[in-house]
Ligand binder design. Sequence first.
Ligand SMILES: Cc1cc2nc3c(=O)[nH]c(=O)nc-3n(C[C@H](O)[C@H](O)[C@H](O)COP(=O)(O)OP(=O)(O)OC[C@H]3O[C@@H](n4cnc5c(N)ncnc54)[C@H](O)[C@@H]3O)c2cc1C
Length: 386
Amino acid sequence: MDLTLTTEQRAFRDEVRAFIQARLPDDIRARLRAGHPPRKQDTVTWQRILNERGWAVPHWPRQYGGADLGQVERLILLDEIYRAPAPLPQVFNTNMLGPVLMKFGTPAQCDHFLPRLANLDLWFCQGFSEPGSGSDLASLRTAARREGDHYVVNGQKIWTTTAHLADWVFALVRTDDGARKQEGISFLLIDLKTPGIRIRPIRSIDGDHHLNEVFFDDVRVPVDQLVGQENRGWDCAKFLLANERTGIANVGLCWERLDRAREIAQQTTQAGRPLWDDPKLRAEIAALGAEVRALEITNWRFLLTPAEQARVPAFASVLKLKGTELQQEINALLARLAGPQGLERRDADELAHGPLTPRYFYSRAASIYGGTTEVQNDILAKALVG
Ligand SMILES: Cc1cc2nc3c(=O)[nH]c(=O)nc-3n(C[C@H](O)[C@H](O)[C@H](O)COP(=O)(O)OP(=O)(O)OC[C@H]3O[C@@H](n4cnc5c(N)ncnc54)[C@H](O)[C@@H]3O)c2cc1C
């Protein structure tokens, strides 16, 4: 099996590298390299730079401002963004809602929203999960009752990442109580400035504010903000969740963090000697590197050979499980290397180490979002046992 890139693909990678090198602002690169999450303005600034080339939404068709790139080129671009390191294009806009609108939205919805999603003029968040409805998403209860040309929404969402920074939310709501649970759901676009919406922060273990609860109390949403057909929102949700798979292994991120671990080990001294002098530490970093390389090869194998995808039905679960495990191990190593400095406050000007311990804590959440580890293991077990 030939897993090498073609001449054109290698030329594309060089072009991407040169572009990032020339255009990524130094302060954004430095913040991310130190281990800080990107600020909202970092993501907006960088996404707009990428959007000049259609690379904010590389997989979208050109008619909507994309670059019509295939899966291989898309993964090359994603890898280079991670390795830079630079902020990823805002995922709810570009990977989730955009493709849903192209498949299920009206021409008016596409014309209005797609350019704004690509350029991050509007920031969307994802309102799917509810207390009691996460893995079993179809059991959700937030209700939308039709009243003339509006829906009236009542209920609660939870774990809504960046709701406090967002302009709009795309939400799954129940529009028919009597139907089988997957059949009574609709997909609505809701302006977060609409009266009746309240956002309450959830502080996570890293001490930061990423997550929220969102409450809806008689929120009036115009019917033209329904995407697809009423009661067929599950079709949109299934399509959207399948799109979440690309880049699920986070290989570029693993390489960047491992590279940073090597750098810290070389720069940090203990009893007058660099940590890097310890052969056990070097062996540990080498072993992690071998695992990331194995994951990278597996990822390319699935991507370059569709027959492999068909042969291993749970391939997305394999990538998610192994990618999560490696991310967590590398973040744990970074926290250990940074020692007490890894707890440095995230808004400190001195970026010597950045908040590497909080970042490790937050990486534990990767076992939950995007489909929990237990649910992935279940899918894998079913695929193996048949
Ligand atoms: C950091 C973070 C960000 C998130 N961002 C968003 C967001 O922006 N928007 C959004 O809508 N949601 C978001 N979520 C929510 C996420 O999708 C859910 O947390 C996830 O689907 C799990 O659901 P739950 O929390 O209700 O746990 P549950 O589904 O109740 O699971 C609890 C435990 O039971 C296990 N379990 C559940 N079902 C099974 C099964 N069938 N077999 C074996 N074990 C099972 C799970 O693995 C888990 O260990 C986010 C979550 C996190 C942690």
